[in-house]
Ligand binder design. Structure first.
Ligand code: UT7
Length: 322
């Protein structure tokens, strides 16, 4: 019996034109290129223009993903957009993307799981497609974290960047082994004060700034990432040896390297963009996927492992036969 699978039809990305280097940051706060590179692996990041909002980035990434898929907006009947930096408190940023694409059918909504947002959105879309409720979904991660950074706090402002990535998923019967093979989502709200924004609609009627106990987040990250990847391997019988590509959330090069070592994933299988993008939260995985697809690394039939961990804490993994 054939089961419906969510198959990747295309991916796309958008990065704002303006770049902010470590040297630029050293003129703003007491930091150095050496410290940032050594502690995080980040060299530069993109920052949205004053007149660019999250939906502008998301729309550009969505158009790129549709072009890569060889599909038009009319083919899409679901948009799931992961962001922690929406254009407005409401409506959802996803409906701005829907309107921008000229889509008037189907559904569009936002989802918020901070840096794990893309994996959460992928799992959500996968379940809607597998159930037969929708046929083709744009899964988007889009962020303008520059708007919630305290630019006087060197412990956080050097870490993040803006950007968007998108994926087109299609429900296929008899997908020939391709598609999303498994997804695993976790959260533990006891850690919610270790990475948060100190404002919000219902608490302060304002937006607030990102606050993080970096060392505490770091301390938990590798173990959580390893656990949820082990879940993905256990569910599918795949392993560090059988995957072709590991595309982790891009927060810190040291966390990525330590996770790969702990899981026995060979360094040449690891896709790294944190050096160029910084941490773009929900956008980081689709940005990295789009980069590795565009340069010919990720090809049809490859086994691709995704993972993310972030505020909440939230964390999750996905295994995709491309
Ligand atoms: O995407 C969501 C998940 N988020 C993450 O994964 C982030 C996880 N955390 C991290 O990536 C790391 O903890 C950081 C990169 C944030 C910090 O690295 P660290 O090795 O944990 O450094 P630290 O916080 O222990 O700070 C070490 C020192 C401190 O000085 P003292 O107390 O030893 O004198 C900091 O004040 O480095 C200082 N420091 C800086 N120095 C220069 C902190 N930020 C900076 C900076 N430039 N930007």
């Amino acid at each position: 019996m054939n089961a419906i699978r969510s198959v990747v039809r295309g991916v796309g990305a958008y990065l704002p034109a303006r770049m902010l280097t470590n040297a630029d940051l050293a003129l703003m706060v007491d930091t150095s290129d050496e410290w940032i590179v050594q502690r995080t692996g980040i060299r530069t990041r993109h920052i949205a223009a004053d007149n660019e909002v999250t939906s502008d980035l998301a729309l550009a990434a969505a158009r790129a993903a549709l072009a890569d898929a060889g599909l038009g907006p009319g083919d899409i009947d679901l948009i799931v957009l992961a962001t922690s930096t929406p254009d407005n408190t409401f409506p959802a940023t996803a409906v701005s993307v829907q309107a921008g694409l000229g889509i008037t059918h189907g559904a569009a909504f936002d989802l918020q799981a901070v840096c794990s947002g893309f994996v959460y959105a992928l799992a959500t879309a996968d379940n809607f497609l597998k159930s037969g409720a929708y046929k083709r979904c744009l899964v988007i991660g889009a962020e303008t974290f520059s708007r919630i950074l305290d630019w006087s706090d060197r412990t956080t402002c050097v870490l993040f960047g803006d950007g968007a990535g998108a994926m087109v998923l299609e429900a296929m019967d008899g997908a020939d082994g391709r598609g999303v093979l498994t997804t695993h989502l976790r959260s533990d709200g006891r850690h919610k004060n270790k990475l948060y924004v100190d404002g919000g609609v219902s608490s302060t009627r304002s937006v607030g700034f990102l606050r993080m106990e970096g060392r505490e987040v770091f301390r938990h990250a590798v173990g959580m990432i390893a656990d949820v990847i082990t879940d993905a391997f256990d569910a599918t019988g795949e392993s560090a040896q059988t995957i072709d590509w590991f595309v982790p959330h891009q927060a810190n090069r040291r966390i990525i390297d330590a996770s790969a070592v702990k899981l026995g994933i060979a360094p040449e299988k690891v896709v790294i963009t944190v050096d160029q993008h910084g941490n773009t939260s929900a956008a980081s995985i689709p940005l990295a996927l789009a980069a590795a697809h565009a340069d010919g690394r990720i090809k049809k039939g490859d086994l691709v492992l995704l993972e993310a961990m972030g505020g909440g804490f939230t964390w999750g993994s996905a295994l995709i036969r491309w």
